[in-house]
Design a protein around this ligand. Structure first.
Ligand code: ADP
Ligand code: RBF
Ligand code: MG
Length: 400
């Protein structure tokens, strides 16, 4: 196979040289998150550490450290929390605490798909991170196949200035033998977006913290998750795994008793959504990008039904909490609050959107329903209907 690495000027995808330069932080979940009960290695470590100094990590500082170099981030923490030590002392205390957690870092949803896709098409990829090179190497050593997928890896200590300076991306392009203007940067942080634009590259931002997209004005596009990247927009080979407008995902499962929701599904939209308590599920919810998904719903004493749902903050209503809103595609005679609901989520449709009118929101949700109903007939998705997880004391079922 002739790869871009063999000949950087050969590119069947138009005039673009095939070079998405990708930063590590946009591919793996190391970032702190807003909700204090949510998983995030940086948050977890800092919470423990600050406790020793009698300080409380509230997650707000997270917004000030994303994308910074380690010493810049350290300076922010030392100052924000008034710690009685120098930035250097803080760095040497906290560094081993972080390193111990690297093996737990999970690839972001869609990261492996993206890497395998571009690698399979001979598209060169670079990894350009503000973290020191040895940290980057160690972090990616836990992710099978990543090291071999990047033709260039650069750490923040291998350039004179880290992001927001464009230097790290310019160096990546140089080492890949590519013109910066034909590189696509995928970035999660503001300093990274600034660096990419400063390098005269196209930049797609995937903000790592919720409700931040309005800040990324200099990016060429802001997407909600890696699932939403459309490579063809940038002259790169399109993903080939979308099926009838839906994207198969690694199935995941969530369940619990049906609780009261916002009290507007049926009333305001005419679309009831059976909410389950998100207590105990914050990690699971945080791991999955907000958006519209579908799958199968098992309801105790009733049966298994098709289901379409949104996960997130419902931009139209701008909720404070991330929730899941499953609409069971069946007419029920009455409410089923308190009953056990189990969901197998098997496919993705689209990111959550805002709408200029309630009618437009409702119309869109009905389109989602049609798409889910149809897709769930495909063997790829329909097989999960029989998943053991969904079978909870169905009527006439003596086996439970
Ligand atoms: P809430 O705000 O309390 O969630 P909704 O107006 O969203 O209220 O209605 C959801 C409730 O309606 C569910 O908890 C369930 O008891 C009932 N319900 C009836 N039919 C359905 C359905 N097809 N899908 C989801 N929930 C339904
Ligand atoms: N809310 C939004 O604000 N934007 C959306 O794009 C959106 N998509 C949805 C798709 C489906 C399939 C469902 C069931 C709900 C969706 N909602 C969306 C959530 C809707 O606003 C929610 O059900 C109500 O807020 C009820 O609490
Ligand atoms: Mg509801």
């Amino acid at each position: 196979m002739s790869t871009a690495a063999d000949d950087p000027n050969s590119n069947k995808w138009g005039h673009w040289h095939p070079v998405p330069a990708i930063t590590l932080s946009s591919l793996s979940k190391t970032k702190p998150v807003k909700q204090h009960d949510q998983y995030g290695i940086v948050s977890d470590v800092l919470r423990v550490y600050l406790n020793k100094y009698g300080k409380q990590w509230d997650g707000k500082a997270a917004y000030r450290i994303v994308g910074k170099t380690p010493s810049e981030a350290a300076a922010v923490i030392v100052e924000d929390f008034g710690l009685p030590l120098s930035t250097d002392e803080f760095v040497s205390e906290i560094t081993p605490m972080f390193s111990a957690q690297w093996c737990k870092i999970k690839a972001l949803p869609g990261a492996n798909r993206l890497i395998n896709h571009f690698r399979g098409h001979g598209v060169q990829m670079a990894l350009a991170s503000n973290s020191p090179r040895t940290n980057v190497d160690t972090k990616i050593s836990y992710q099978p196949g990543w090291k071999e997928s990047f033709s260039v890896i650069i750490g923040g200590d291998e350039v004179t200035a880290g992001k927001p300076s464009p230097e790290i991306f310019l160096e990546a392009a140089k080492r890949m033998n590519c013109d910066p203007s034909s590189c696509l940067v995928i970035e999660d942080s503001l300093p990274g977006v600034t660096a990419g634009k400063g390098a005269d590259m196209k930049v797609v931002a995937v903000p790592s913290l919720p409700k931040q997209s309005h800040l990324y004005t200099s990016a060429d596009e802001v997407i909600n998750s890696l699932l939403d990247l459309r490579p063809e927009m940038w002259g790169l080979p399109p993903f080939e795994d979308w099926i009838e407008g839906t994207l198969p995902i690694e199935p995941w499962y969530i369940g619990g008793p049906v609780v009261k929701g916002f009290g507007r599904g049926s009333k305001v939209l005419g679309i009831p959504t059976a909410n389950i308590s998100t207590k105990g599920y914050s990690t699971l919810l945080q791991e999955h990008p907000s958006g519209v998904y579908f799958g199968w719903a098992g309801l105790s004493m009733k049966g298994v039904y098709k289901m379409v749902m949104s996960i997130g903050w419902n931009p139209y209503f701008d909720n404070a909490e991330k929730t899941i809103e499953p609409w069971l595609l069946h007419e029920f005679d009455e409410d089923f609050y308190g009953e056990e609901l189990r969901l197998a989520i098997v496919g993705y449709i689209r990111p959550e959107a805002n709408f200029s009118s309630l009618e437009d929101l409702i119309k869109r949700i009905h389109e989602d329903r049609k798409m889910a109903e149809k897709a769930l007939e495909l063997p790829l998705y329909s097989n999960y209907r029989n998943d053991e997880y969904l079978k909870i004391s169905l009527p006439g079922d003596e086996s439970h």
